[in-house]
Ligand binder design. Structure first.
Ligand code: PNS
Length: 174
């Protein structure tokens, strides 16, 4: 059975990788789909996000996982065209539920044959999100363990300049 795990992955976190590993054990093939969420302004472009996931999946030795991107159209159409039967979503806490529930029901209304399956992240990642990782990196905090080791330097470098800018602004104001 082919499962599609969609998301913004801006960037992939250790929590995302945990869900990918769990999906990889359950399904014969997993497509991690980097999709455009129009309500978000990403820090990494689609190509960078795909590359970071590919490196993380490769380092984790997951052979039945491939990474793709899509920027136009409905998720359910992509899933159908890829011969997928299942959309995988990760749940961290009750706060995720309302939004995910709405999307799952809408996706079912659009394509009744495609099921959404929710997997719980490991409890140590329940507080983790791409947004919080970016905020910590931007403020010069330690992100080791929060993202896969293979992408650690890339995330640090992306925000290194911004730390200097934020620091300079603070000095200017003081
Ligand atoms: O990681 P995110 O940002 O929560 O992922 C949201 C995403 C990309 C999965 C969602 O915005 C999506 O499915 N986009 C594709 C367009 C689509 O099908 N929208 C209707 C969803 S009911």
């Amino acid at each position: 059975m082919i499962a599609v795990y969609p998301g913004s992955f801006d960037p992939i976190t250790s929590g995302h990788l945990d869900i990918i590993e769990r999906s990889s054990a359950l399904y014969s093939e997993v497509i991690v789909l980097v999709a455009v969420n129009p309500s978000k302004k990403p820090a990494f472009n689609l190509e960078q996000r795909v590359d970071m996931i590919e490196r993380s999946v490769h380092a984790a030795g997951l052979n039945n996982v491939r990474v793709e991107s899509f920027s136009v159209g409905l998720l359910v159409d992509y899933v159908e065209q890829s011969r997928g039967q299942v959309i995988v979503k990760g749940l961290r806490a009750v706060s995720d539920f309302e939004y995910e529930f709405q999307m799952a029901l809408l996706n079912r209304r659009l394509k009744p044959g495609i099921e959404t399956v929710f997997l719980m992240t490991a409890s140590e990642y329940s507080y983790l999100s791409s947004s919080i990782v970016k905020e910590i990196a931007r403020l010069g905090g330690q992100i080791e363990g929060l993202v896969p080791d293979t992408i650690l330097e890339q995330v640090r470098e992306r925000f290194a300049g911004l730390q200097a800018t934020a620091g300079a602004q603070l000095v200017e104001r003081s």
